[in-house]
Ligand binder design. Structure first.
Ligand code: PHE
Length: 345
């Protein structure tokens, strides 16, 4: 009789457990039910412990029933846990959904430094006339920076360049890109059409128009029968392309030890159009470069016969050109790395 009762109780326990599991709304509730039925003090565990009090002949039968009920409950738990787990995952996926079609965050994009951009524009314009870019070293030897350019040691013309010397005897930071002329003459045979953009260095008191570091672009053309007229024609084309077709230009006499004759090349002031204003010191003109016919001594330095070859050279400050293009009035902006300035280009 008692056996029958126990059996019935266990069946009821099983049904109740299964109903409870089915009603558990989430995994936490299911875990609580797990403990309530199968834990150390769980309902089924208590029944199991009670078996010891039964007469020995009844124990196997009851044991079999308890085990069957236990298996059924455990299987139901596993099943319900899987269902609730999937539901929980799905709801999480739903709330944390990533829209893979959203455009990505744009990484900040840099821009070309105005000096580089201007130097490239200069190269592009002269490139249309067949000029090719070359490079020379920033640490140059005295021989190439001065002596081979017809500036002997102790010659007063050295005063034109306040030179920064380095700790190695006979070397300095190039004061201009003109030593590149010598290097190109040694590397190439005429006809030569070379452009030499690069950084130069001078010992200067820094202000709005003086820096210890600045950029130049050197030009060199060497061929048979090259004339000052060719130089003028080329520079006029350059000025027209860079500053506009309507701008007048002029040559003024100048002096450089490595050119003869030497000239300064002026363009009508881009600010006032030639009337005269503070930007052009009220002259109406702006000097944009120095130039001249390559001195015979320099041709010889480059291993060329001055009886056969003639050439012209010019050198311009890139900052100067950039100032005119972008209406910048202080050289110091170019080296300060201030993004508020640089982002404008
Ligand atoms: N090298 C000269 C300077 O730095 C510019 C120049 C170059 C002049 C070539 C004439 C010919 O001032």
């Amino acid at each position: 009789m008692e056996l029958q009762e126990l059996r019935r109780d266990l069946e009821r326990l099983r049904e109740r457990a299964l109903a409870d599991f089915a009603a558990a709304p989430d995994l936490a509730a299911l875990d609580a039910l797990d403990v309530a039925y199968l834990g150390k003090k769980g309902e089924l565990t208590v029944v199991l412990r009670g078996i010891g009090a039964l007469p020995p002949e009844d124990r196997p039968q009851v044991g079999a029933v308890v085990n069957a009920v236990r298996s059924a409950i455990e299987a139901a738990l596993v099943e319900r846990r899987a269902i609730l787990g999937t539901a929980a995952l799905e709801s999480r996926l739903g709330s944390e959904a990533v829209d893979v079609t959203t455009p990505g965050r744009r990484p900040p994009r840099g821009s070309r430094h105005p000096i580089v951009e201007t130097a490239r524009e200069i190269s592009r314009i002269f490139g249309q006339f067949g000029f090719v870019d070359y490079e020379g070293p920033e640490v140059e030897d005295d021989l190439t920076n001065f002596q081979l350019l017809n500036i002997p040691p102790d010659h007063p013309a050295r005063d034109l360049w306040d030179t920064l010397y380095v700790d190695i005897e006979g070397y300095l930071l190039r004061t201009h890109t003109s030593p590149g002329q010598i290097r190109v003459m040694h590397a190439e045979r005429p006809p030569i059409r070379a452009l030499l953009p690069g950084r130069c260095f001078r010992y200067e008191a820094i202000d709005a128009s003086h820096q210890t570091e600045f950029f130049q672009v050197e030009g060199l053309m060497i061929d048979e029968g090259t004339t000052l007229g060719d130089l003028r024609g080329l520079l006029d084309q350059f000025a027209a392309a860079m500053f506009g077709r309507d701008k007048r230009t002029r040559f003024r006499p100048g002096y450089y030890p490595f050119t003869e004759p030497s000239v300064a090349f002026d363009v009508e002031c881009v600010v006032c159009g030639g009337v005269g204003c503070p930007a052009c010191s009220r002259t109406g003109w702006m000097t944009i470069l120095g130039a001249g016919m390559v001195h015979p001594v320099v041709l010889q330095s480059g291993g060329l016969d001055p009886e056969r070859y003639q050439g012209f050279a010019f050198g311009m400050g890139v900052e100067r050109i950039s100032n005119l293009r972008h209406a910048v009035n202080d050289l110091r902006y170019y080296l300060e790395d201030d993004l508020r300035f640089l982002e404008q280009f």
